[in-house]
Design a protein. Structure first.
Lengths: 159, 159, 159
């Protein structure tokens, strides 16, 4: 009987490059038969947003946050050399040239590989994000669910 | 005999939101009977500063660092959408609305739950921070103390 | 027979202070007989760049990235209070005063202690970095090599 290996990632960052790193590690670990969890909290929730705007009832600040934060993985900026949005275009150009998967494709692949994608309900409340705005087939939970997976984890990262 | 679970967090960041994430995880883990260590280094030391200024003997650069860095958890900025201090006000407003604990309360709770709070002595020297400026009842140590806790850790994070 | 302890660090950040933290932990762990791996990806690759410019054949964007990114550990900025390059000078000044090792010395020490330094080949491609531009005696590999080390790791960090 072989022991199940487990990888957990807290994706806190809303940067394209950091989210790419998270999803590349997650997909790699899944390919090596790890059970993988990505717990999206704070700005990392933006990676799970659908790209179309929805008409939802929200308070003023929640509406503001919703407008100011990137709507989905493809709209996220870089942690470094962002240059008002030129950096992401440059990176995506070289990614295409080198056949590197885009972040939306990496997320799709993770879902196909049964990586467990969790949205942190506490920070959804804070940022005013509602379930309809996020990708389908994800889970909703809090820090206790993360800890339950992480305490059996071989690789636990905060990104 | 059940094995003790252990969580360690290196808090390197001086951002309010990242420190919140660190302390939420720490308090969660402590509630699940983990032994928890938060090792504060570099800008993460600011979370441990008392908010009143003290008249201390310091070199010029150390005085400068002391003035420029946030004096305590409540003064820290956001890693994202800080907007010259408006972001933290917005976040604190929605936190209050959703009954989410503030960072100073989370730190207090961690101390009540016996989370071990360590200040990294090497970076205290670099940034010119002295023991009198930091919260009471914390420990002072270096990277060796961190490693001793982390190598038995189930969940080890760098934030 | 004692079990080998293992520490792995993904160095994603291109900031001087974060790279310092990574290398201080790595050197500490190596001193305590851990097998240590630092996997340099994205901006973390800059810590491995040689400081002299080389005349290499590159595409336009790759040339741009090469020019805009810091050429080696000594040229990297701070994650916080960088102030257009004044921050790193201040920090290096207090480091000297307190006999704290510089980042280039920490990297040298890591190599002497047989810390395994890996450059991520996928992100080298993206950023147009070639082997001749990076330090000697490092390894070149992808995420699979990282995971193989990390899944046996006691301490696995993402910095």
């Amino acid at each position: 009987m072989t022991e199940v290996k487990r990888t957990t990632i807290i994706l806190f960052s809303g940067d394209y490059d950091k989210a790419m790193a998270a999803y590349i590690i997650a997909n790699g670990a899944a390919a090596y038969d790890h059970e993988v969890t990505i717990f999206h909290t704070f700005w990392g929730l933006n990676a799970l947003r659908k790209d179309e705007p929805l008409a939802l009832k929200k308070g003023f600040l929640e509406k503001m946050f919703g407008k100011m934060m990137p709507r989905g993985a493809d709209k996220m900026g870089l942690s470094n050399m962002n240059f008002a949005g030129i950096g992401p275009k440059m990176i995506k150009h070289v990614m295409k040239k080198h056949n590197v998967m885009t972040l939306p494709s990496l997320i799709e692949m993770a879902q196909e590989q049964d990586v467990k994608l969790i949205a942190c309900t506490m920070t959804m409340d804070l940022l005013g994000l509602q379930e309809q705005e996020l990708l389908d087939d994800i889970e909703y939970a809090g820090v206790a669910a993360y800890l339950a997976d992480a305490e059996d984890g071989n690789v636990n990262l905060f990104i």
